[in-house]
Design a protein around this ligand. Structure first.
Ligand code: SAM
Length: 295
């Protein structure tokens, strides 16, 4: 097991943030909040099962540290989305940001005058997003599961950033999610998203990362089970609270196939925000897809 600091692998670790499935407090109290868990001696061990899924309790603790550690990730998306808006010949666009987290992207796009709708399942994250966007009348937020998110008008652009898709619990959920996205997009509209690859999880398995936020340090233990394809990150806080997050990789071919099944085609793929082409050994897939005009 390698011990490394957050600084040494800042960019890479930023992309590994899996599902909260258990909170363990003060060495004694075990409160499962999502997915099956088993208490094995001192550490709660998530069972490696097909259905990981998201719980509304997720990010309860981590949300407080989120912006300090990962809050600037979505800034990369502002230019990308503005470029798409320009390509679509629009001045102002109707945008949905699914799994919007603490709302940084929603805020940045709202500030530019676009009509933005943010959706997230975690109450703790959406609460922060509400605080950040309170002054924007063109911004709405809703706590919902993105697989079945509701909307009144179709969108020009839908985004789902920072490996939020890796939280989906298997291909069935991925299919349901993409179907929903396609249904909510205008014809010709764009879907922008990213996800971690299996190569990424395999590279960083068995790492321990120490984070320090405002003088409080906590540990993130990473592991990956290639058989079940479940990536686990355990966040251990000084007060004994443990949050276990789980994600799973989806390969580019599966993504492409499911998009095609739902009237969408891949327009561009990248491996990073400097525009490097996506390759089989890339750690991240950034994808722009478009809803096809049929007929
Ligand atoms: C790593 S954060 C990314 C947040 C934000 N997109 C960003 O770029 O900072 C993942 C987010 O996905 C949300 N999430 C995961 N699964 C979800 C689901 N099924 N429906 C809605 N939100 C979900 C979590 O609550 C969390 O806020």
């Amino acid at each position: 097991m390698t011990v490394i600091t957050f600084q040494n692998m800042a960019v890479e670790v930023k992309v590994f943030l899996p599902i909260l499935s258990v909170i363990w407090q003060n060495d004694k109290q075990l409160t499962p909040v999502a997915g099956p868990t088993r208490c094995n001696g001192r550490m709660p061990v998530p069972l490696q099962q097909e259905t990981t899924g998201m719980s509304p309790m997720m990010y309860d603790r981590l949300s407080r540290m989120y912006d300090a550690l990962w809050g600037d990730f979505t800034s990369h998306y502002v230019a990308l989305i503005e470029h798409l808006i320009y390509k679509h010949g629009l001045t102002y666009a109707r945008i949905a940001d699914l799994a919007c987290g603490t709302g940084s992207l929603v805020r940045d796009l709202g500030m530019k005058g676009h009509i933005v709708h943010g959706v997230d399942i975690a109450p703790s994250m959406i609460k922060i997003a509400r605080k950040k966007t309170r002054q924007f009348r063109n911004v709405t937020l809703r706590r919902e599961n993105m697989i079945e998110f509701t909307y009144r008008h179709r969108f020009d652009i839908i985004s789902c950033t920072f490996d939020s898709i890796n939280y989906l619990a298997g291909e069935k959920e991925l299919q349901a999610f993409i179907k929903r996205v396609s249904g909510a997009l205008k014809t010709g509209g764009s879907f922008v998203f990213d996800l971690n690859t299996e190569h990424m999880y395999a590279t960083y398995q068995d790492n321990v990362v120490t984070h320090n936020v405002n003088g409080e340090s906590f540990i993130q233990r990473l592991s990956y089970n290639p058989r079940s394809q479940i990536a686990t990150a355990m966040f251990e806080f000084p007060d004994g609270t443990i949050e276990v997050h789980q994600q799973r990789p989806y390969d580019a071919r599966t993504i492409k196939r499911i998009l095609a099944r739902n009237r969408m085609r891949v327009v561009k793929t990248y491996a990073d925000f400097s525009g490097s082409p996506f390759r089989p050994d890339s750690h991240r897939l950034i994808c722009i897809a478009e809803k096809k005009i049929v007929g």
